[in-house]
Design a protein around this ligand. Structure first.
Ligand SMILES: C[S@@+](CC[C@H](N)C(=O)[O-])C[C@H]1O[C@@H](n2cnc3c(N)ncnc32)[C@H](O)[C@@H]1O
Length: 196
């Protein structure tokens, strides 16, 4: 991401930023002191692209999609043509169809039938253990029966998991906490389905 973009985004978000400063989350340091290379990307996550037929099987009913920590909405942009409804949540959302949300503190938006596909790409590392626990319980609350979740992690500087070992530990912990059926599980990422 270039400096102009970073400066502009920080300016737009300054009011929300003041609020999050008080909350002492890792995302505070993340947004304030460092910038993540993944945040500027506009092409979808390769893992989502690669698994799109698994996430949204051809001929199936169009799903509702919740993108947690959506950033610029690159994954929603890619998936929206296959979806009935898309919503993003982020402390600093910079895309349409998204709402400002402090993960690990605020409630996630709910729909009457529950979200069918939940994305959490490169976000859990910025939450501490208590926040991750709250977010996982929110995910379970707003997910539809049979919902699918995609989780991707990476060892981000200034996050709660800065090494591959820490990422692997966090991944195991998250998979266990979510407790859904494994569809795919590989290094730093997994896809799971909520049992009916
Ligand atoms: C590495 S970016 C990933 C963005 C998007 N998922 C993607 O794959 O392009 C992490 C995102 O998480 C958001 N984030 C980090 N901590 C957060 C928090 N505590 N509450 C809400 N959003 C947070 C950031 O604002 C950022 O947009």
């Amino acid at each position: 991401m270039c400096w102009i973009e970073k400066k502009t985004i920080n300016k737009i978000l300054s009011s929300r930023w003041e609020e999050t400063k008080e909350r002492k989350t890792m995302s505070r340091k993340y947004l304030n002191d460092r910038w993540c290379v993944r945040c500027g990307k506009t092409s979808p996550c390769p893992y989502i692209k690669k698994n799109v037929d698994l996430l949204i099987p051809k001929g199936s009913e169009k799903p509702s999609i919740l993108d947690i920590g959506c950033g610029n909405g690159r994954n929603m942009n890619f998936l929206k043509e296959f979806a009935r409804e898309c919503k993003g949540v982020d402390m600093s959302p910079s895309c349409p169809n998204s709402v400002s949300t402090i993960l690990g503190h605020d409630l996630l938006p709910a729909t009457r039938r529950g979200w069918n596909l939940i994305l959490a790409n490169y976000v859990f590392m910025f939450l501490n253990a208590k926040e991750r626990k709250q977010l996982v319980s929110e995910i379970k609350r707003v997910a539809s029966p049979n919902a699918i979740i995609v989780v991707e992690l990476y060892a981000a500087k200034d996050s709660e998991a800065t090494t591959e070992e820490e990422i692997s530990k966090m991944q195991e912990q998250l998979f266990k906490q979510i407790g859904w059926t494994k569809i795919k599980y590989s290094k730093a990422r997994f896809i799971a389905r909520k049992p009916q």
